[in-house]
Design a protein around this ligand. Structure first.
Ligand SMILES: NC(=O)c1ccc[n+]([C@@H]2O[C@H](COP(=O)([O-])OP(=O)(O)OC[C@H]3O[C@@H](n4cnc5c(N)ncnc54)[C@H](OP(=O)(O)O)[C@@H]3O)[C@@H](O)[C@H]2O)c1
Length: 257
């Protein structure tokens, strides 16, 4: 049976670039996102360019039934999922009481519930197949609270915390768990979340390809946390040294734009 890497949110941004780098390195891919046409285009292009097998499935993962549907679809095919890249996610911007409740709840459904549901269904499969790898995409936002993006930051703190615990639990099963924590990256994310961000933060954005390449290298090494880019690493590690009040004040200023 052929082995595949499952990647969610693979049509645009960081997920698309992760799909490219995995394909370039010979991994067959099982790609999931909502846009069927874009998935079809990626399948045709990657199969030609990288000579790997690409399976696709168009689903809205924020819907509870979608993850079960994904699992059932994969079970029907004669394939083994050996790696899982949980990347699909989005953000929301504004004060907690003003952001539309449906938007924030939908974000929790995608960033937290669907990621957890995918792991619940597929980790037993990885164990049965004697190992594999998991990359969960969190953010530098996972390391502190984020005034004006409070729910988003909290979803990413969940992803980081869960991943670190799973890394320890799954070691005896030969399953590596890494958490990719990008800083601001130039993708559709910023406009979809209606993020303002200060000019300085906009200027220091990485591009999605750089993030994916660093992410893949860290994945191969089985690093616990991958923070792409020197500036992002510096900001995260220096935040451990500064008083929390000051950190939250700086984040508020940056998020205000
Ligand atoms: N960009 C940043 O500054 C940044 C920083 C740190 C962390 N991150 C994280 O990186 C991950 C990728 O974000 P990105 O910046 O690459 O954003 P993006 O360009 O908006 O890409 C998001 C991807 O997720 C898919 N997606 C969105 N909603 C979905 C749903 N309900 N069901 C299935 N797929 C869905 C989108 O495809 P469809 O529209 O086709 O569904 C797209 O492929 C997210 O988890 C994000 O939180 C981003």
């Amino acid at each position: 049976m052929d082995r595949y890497t499952l990647i969610t949110g693979a049509t645009y941004g960081i997920g698309y670039e992760l799909a490219s780098v995995f394909a370039k390195n010979g991994h067959n891919l099982y790609l999931v996102s909502r846009s069927l046409e874009r998935l079809q285009h990626i399948k045709t292009t990657f199969e030609k360019e990288y000579e790997v097998k690409i399976a696709i499935c168009a689903l809205d993962l924020s819907l509870e039934k979608s993850v079960e549907e994904l699992y059932d679809n994969i079970k029907k095919e004669d394939i083994i999922i050996e790696n899982i890249v949980n990347n699909a996610g989005f953000g929301s911007f504004g004060t907690f009481h003003e952001v539309d409740k449906h938007k924030d709840l939908n974000m929790i459904d995608l960033n937290v519930r669907s990621l957890t549901h995918i792991l619940k269904l597929f980790i037993p499969e990885l164990i049965k197949n004697s190992g594999g790898g998991i990359m969960n995409v969190a953010s530098t936002a996972a390391f502190q609270s984020g005034p004006l993006m409070s729910v988003y930051y909290a979803t990413k703190a969940y992803v980081l915390s869960l991943s670190r615990a799973l890394k320890i639990e799954l070691k005896p099963y030969n399953i590596k768990v890494v958490t990719l924590c990008p800083g601001p990256t130039d993708t559709n994310f910023q406009s979809l979340a209606q993020v303002k961000k200060a000019e300085i933060a906009k200027k220091s954005m990485m591009n999605a390809k750089e993030v994916a390449v660093e992410g893949y290298k860290g994945f191969l090494k089985g690093k616990e946390v991958i923070i792409p880019g020197f500036k992002n690493k510096f900001l995260v590690y220096s935040s451990y040294l500064l008083p929390r009040k000051l950190i939250h004040h700086i984040i508020l200023k940056v998020n205000k734009g």
